[in-house]
Design a protein around this ligand. Structure first.
Ligand SMILES: Nc1nc2c(c(=O)[nH]1)N[C@H]1C(S)=C(S)[C@@H](COP(=O)(O)O)O[C@H]1N2
Ligand SMILES: [Mo]
Length: 328
């Protein structure tokens, strides 16, 4: 499933010159068959090329940040303190406590490839730094709501998932996407908890993946993504409970059938496939009516689709909410 194929445009950093970056980019776009869509973003590629040329850097894409903020995605609440968002985490691969940020530093972040496979015109494996250099990066401030009833507000850097879907060129039969997290047993001690159905996987419909709010994040707070928050690339789906926002992605598959997800396998009645935020649908063991603003003692009412109803309700307009359990 995880195809590890070295693409021919993946040349050693030591050989990278401005000229070869230019040609490499042209080849990337031609191979991708997405010339028109991505050519429009050419103006944003300069920093990417610079990051690639940054030799010997531990984080080859560090030069990309901060990226331009897209003010269309502002939030009325204050940003969560960076220290809190980067030290209070859910990342079960490193253990089930919130305090895993130190252990997460042991994750190997390079080399890192994201394999795109399944029902696509051409299966491909992307080197993470190549991918970031070619995607139109922007910053978006989103509300984020964990199913455990805490909430935060985070400035994410990254790109719309729809751009990657366009690059992948899904076949007509493709209806779902399945995302898979890396498995690094040495670093990820949580994997020893063998009763969990590793690897962590999540899924979306193709329509959800193409929605402008669906975001692939490679950074937060104007910096590269910390390991504990899901480096080097994670999903962010602000209208769904946080467990859908899968971290440290190594594979994306396009499928005809709906995939079964990690949490659904563990407890389908508590963590379903759709997992859209709804204050009126309680978790079987607690209410979802309110949420605690992380870093404060404040509790505020939960909002339908976490405040993104206007944007996303249309995705589910034709569906039978009872039969589909849209909110669990
Ligand atoms: N691979 C993986 N992704 C994951 C998780 C996880 O345990 N493993 N936890 C999820 C849950 S429950 C939440 S709330 C968010 C937390 O993201 P944060 O630590 O960046 O706040 O990540 C989600 N993505
Ligand atoms: Mo969560």
């Amino acid at each position: 499933m995880w195809i590890k194929r070295r693409p021919d445009w993946d040349i050693p950093e030591s050989q990278v010159t401005p000229e070869s970056i230019y040609r490499q980019r042209r080849r990337f776009l031609t191979q991708a068959g997405a010339g028109t869509a991505l050519a429009l973003t050419a103006g944003l590629m300069g920093p990417g090329a610079r990051a690639l040329a940054q030799e010997g850097s531990q984080e080859p894409s560090a030069g990309l940040y901060p990226v331009r903020r897209n003010e269309a995605y502002a939030v009325e609440r204050e940003l969560t303190e960076e220290k809190l968002a980067t030290t209070y985490n859910n990342f079960y691969e490193f253990g089930s406590s919130k305090n895993i940020w130190r252990q997460a530093q042991e994750m190997q972040l390079r080399p890192w490839t994201v394999a795109v496979s399944g029902l696509v015109e051409q299966e491909r494996s992307f080197d993470i730094d190549e991918l970031l250099a070619h995607m139109p990066l922007e910053e978006r401030v989103y509300r984020f709501r964990c199913v455990e009833a805490w909430a935060m507000v985070v400035p994410w850097s990254g790109f719309e998932l729809s751009h990657l879907v366009a690059l992948a060129r899904p076949k007509a039969e493709a209806r779902y996407l399945r995302f898979t997290t890396a498995e690094q047993p040495e670093a990820m001690r949580g994997l020893r908890a063998s009763w969990y159905p590793w690897p962590y996987q999540e899924g979306l419909t193709l329509a959800e993946a193409r929605h402008p709010l669906a975001f692939m994040a490679s950074g937060i707070y104007g910096k590269p993504m910390p390991a504990q928050n899901g480096a080097p690339l994670r999903l962010v789906l602000p209208w769904k409970y946080g467990f859908k926002s899968i971290k440290s992605i190594v594979a994306i598959e396009f499928l005809a059938e709906r995939p079964t997800t990690f949490w659904e396998t563990i407890a389908a009645n508590e963590y379903g496939f759709w997992a859209n935020v709804n204050p009126e649908v309680p978790h079987p063991r607690w209410s979802q009516a309110e949420e605690e603003i992380l870093g404060t003692d404040e509790k505020v009412p939960t909002r339908l689709y976490n405040g993104y109803e206007e944007q996303v309700a249309g995705l589910y307009a034709d569906m039978d909410g009872e039969a589909e359990k849209l909110f669990m």
